[in-house]
Write a protein that binds this ligand. Structure first.
Ligand code: ZN
Length: 466
């Protein structure tokens, strides 16, 4: 972070400098390395994944003992598995965890047994509608075991005696593992330390070999963290990579004070498929993050962060108390301004929670486009200050200050001029730059550029955060 203190690089500049092709390829490569790991809500799979994550961003790995009470929940025993398979009547293995991590129901209790076809079938899960795919199933808070397999394979299993082996452990002396990284505001970046609040970026780490639902979110948030670590920051940026539901509950239980400082937040997931962007608003519905993402996704794009979405418009959706960990952050006691920014939401693509959510579904260019949008949101939040017009009686003479120099009658020059006038008119200490962008219809990036030019000319002063 020493580079950030020394340099004047901002999130806006980092966005402009983003090499999308290189970033997309690097994120996809990282996902390919993390893909084979058998993850769950606890256990070595999460630790190995966070070790890979530390190659990208300097996160801290935290362990919370099994049995710890967290709000209305209890951290479960730590689950690990060495092997799990079913051998058929002829002794050949018909399903083997070694072939695909989805084959075993996550949190399956240990089993060594022989049983007939009918008894075994009660423990099998398959998708008749998608007969070639392996489904994803879990049994976190209920003692059970099971295997997942393509329906075609299941339907062809002969009668006879089967051998079932699940060499798993549920350790009450184990722990739940999560990753956290806090990037504090940089010195000299403007507002007093922490006065502008914190941004929470949350991503689940608990899914096994599923590329879009989980690993794409991990990759994009890791690269976002790495980028923001190298720029000037007015806001604090807190990243948590946690097991779904219980991880968010554990974090909230241990950070009640800190949660009150969260001014903006996003839950990241499903960011590698080629679908268009979807933003689900926070419970509040009118938080700055809700307005910021809506503005960026809807505005005509005047900058090069434009995301190609096959011509489809992004979708803004209202809050519902379902989905990912926004459910916890937006529970009424916390009511944090946390929305969820994804491409195709969970459950709305046919590969969701199946073996078809693989490395081919996730595309480097989609990952890069998602990183660009997250960076765009970061740049907006960082630059969204309040200013006051120091000369509000009549229009200040802009030509004398060289601020009309770039207006040559073209469309872009006209938009620049309009942005200057809007900022001068609405910079009353009440409207932040986002509010000026919303009211004027001028893209935020253009409004911010105008504010910087006016401040440099001595016409605006920054208003302290409330
Ligand atoms: Zn999922």
């Amino acid at each position: 972070m020493s580079a950030a203190r020394a340099g004047a690089t901002t999130a806006t500049a980092a966005l402009a400098a983003l090499d999308r092709e290189a970033a997309g390829a690097a994120m996809h490569e990282w996902i390919a390395r993390a893909f084979p790991i058998c993850r769950s809500i606890t256990g070595d799979g999460v630790r190995r994944t966070l070790a890979l994550a530390r190659e990208v961003a300097p996160l801290e790995v935290r362990e919370v003992p099994s049995g710890t009470r967290a709000l209305d929940w209890t951290v479960p025993p730590e689950w690990n598995v060495r092997e799990a398979w079913i051998a058929g009547p002829d002794g050949r293995r018909v399903v083997d965890l070694a072939d695909h991590t989805l084959h075993l129901v996550s949190y399956s209790v240990p089993v060594r047994a022989r049983m007939g076809r009918a008894e075994l079938d009660a423990h099998l899960h398959s998708l008749p509608e998608q007969p070639d795919l392996i489904p994803y199933r879990t049994s976190y808070y209920r003692e059970a075991w099971g295997f997942c397999l393509p329906h075609r394979v299941r339907a062809a299993l002969p009668e006879g005696e089967y051998e079932v082996v699940i060499d798993s452990t549920l350790d009450p002396a184990g722990s739940l593992t999560y990753g956290e990284l806090y990037l504090p505001p940089t010195a000299g970046a403007g507002a007093a330390e922490g006065a502008a609040g914190e941004v929470l970026i949350s991503c689940h780490v608990c899914h096994p070999s599923l590329a879009n639902d989980n690993l794409s979110g991990l990759a994009v948030t890791l690269w976002l963290a790495r980028t923001l670590a190298g720029v000037e920051r007015r806001l604090g940026w807190r990243f948590v990579w946690i097991p779904g539901t219980i991880g968010a509950i554990v974090w909230l239980a241990g950070n009640r004070e800190r949660a009150g400082r969260i001014a903006h937040g996003l839950v990241a997931a499903n960011l590698g498929d080629p679908g268009r962007f979807h933003y689900k608003k926070s419970r509040r519905g009118d938080a700055v993050i809700d307005r910021a993402v809506a503005h960026l996704l809807a505005a005509p794009r005047g900058n090069d962060a434009r995301v190609e979405d096959a011509g489809e418009a992004p979708v803004i959706e209202e809050f519902v108390p379902y989905g990912y960990d926004e459910r916890q952050y937006c529970s009424p006691g916390f009511d944090l301004p946390v929305g969820s920014l994804t491409r195709t939401p969970w459950g709305r693509y046919p590969e969701y929670h199946t073996s078809a959510d693989d490395l081919a579904l996730v595309r480097p260019e989609a990952l890069a486009g998602s990183l660009a949008v997250y960076l765009e949101v970061a740049a907006l939040l960082e630059a969204n200050r309040r200013w006051r017009n120091l000369d509000p009686y009549g229009e200040p003479q802009l030509g004398r200050r060289g601020l009309y120099a770039s207006t040559g009658g073209g469309g872009e020059g006209r938009e620049r001029q309009l942005a200057l006038l809007w900022v001068l008119n609405l910079a009353d200490g009440e409207h932040d730059l986002l509010a000026i962008a919303e009211r004027s219809g001028v893209p935020f990036a253009r409004v911010e550029e105008a504010a910087r030019a006016l401040a440099a000319a001595g016409l605006l002063a920054e208003v302290d955060e409330p």
